[in-house]
Design a binder for this molecule. Structure first.
Ligand code: SF4
Length: 223
């Protein structure tokens, strides 16, 4: 039987296979900024009390330092300048593909097109969509097409710190990248060594302390 892979693991591999390899046994806790973005996102498109949202964040996230409150206030301010937020029909929906053996959680589902959206805690790029977000949309579209037996053209990305929604239409290149990352993730899971990308994004890598931007993966990590 082929074991299921999480969509997030496939995305990590697409960024850097070495990072996925090193992070397999790490415990990933939710980042405070992501908690802020998620809670704000739930309330978009309806009347909400700002302090009520902050109380929810304080309940979920213990690491709510003064800088986080500033980030929250700025996100609230910028999101209120956008009137295009839609009310969702369901949130945090488990999705799965039996064909590709992947699973994940879609942030929001809607009754009409675009049928789903994901929430990001990062600023939107100056134009377009980050390639890792394109991959996320491609992977969730694969799952939803199978589950709903409907054609899913793409999904939306909510860039909460920018107060923006961007639609991502899944293109053939996104599907090719998704398949490549999926196969690489399986290869590593099956005990093969990860391949270091040509230009790995080491600057903000959480695994840098045991990998290092210059030397890449150390022999001791592989044994
Ligand atoms: S430090 Fe660079 S090479 Fe090492 S895991 Fe991170 S992104 Fe990959």
């Amino acid at each position: 039987m082929i074991p299921d892979l999480s969509i997030s693991s496939v995305i990590t591999t697409s960024v850097c296979p070495v990072r996925f390899f090193l992070s397999q046994n790490s415990r990933n806790s939710e980042s405070p900024r992501y908690t802020v973005a998620k809670q704000i996102s739930y309330h978009l498109g309806k009347e909400s009390d700002t302090e009520e949202i902050w109380d929810e964040i304080s309940l979920i996230q213990k690491d709510n330092n003064p800088g986080l409150r500033e980030f929250f206030d700025e996100c609230i301010r910028i999101c209120h300048t956008n009137t295009g937020w839609r009310r969702y029909s369901d949130s945090d929906v488990n999705v799965h593909s039996s064909k590709y053996h992947i699973h994940g959680i879609v942030d929001k589902l809607f009754d009409d097109e675009p049928f789903f959206s994901i929430t990001r805690a990062s600023q939107a790029p100056l134009s377009g969509i980050y390639s890792s977000d394109r991959l996320r949309i491609a992977a969730y579209s694969v799952c939803l097409e199978e589950m709903l037996t409907a054609e899913i053209e793409g999904g939306c990305i909510e860039y909460i710190p920018s107060g923006m929604i961007r639609f991502c239409r899944v293109e053939p290149i996104d599907k090719r990248r998704f398949l490549r990352a999926l196969h690489e993730t399986r290869r590593i899971k099956n005990g093969q060594l990860p391949r270091r990308p040509m230009r790995p994004p080491c600057e903000k890598c959480p695994e840098q302390w045991r990998c290092g931007p210059d030397e890449g993966i150390r022999l001791s990590d592989l044994l």
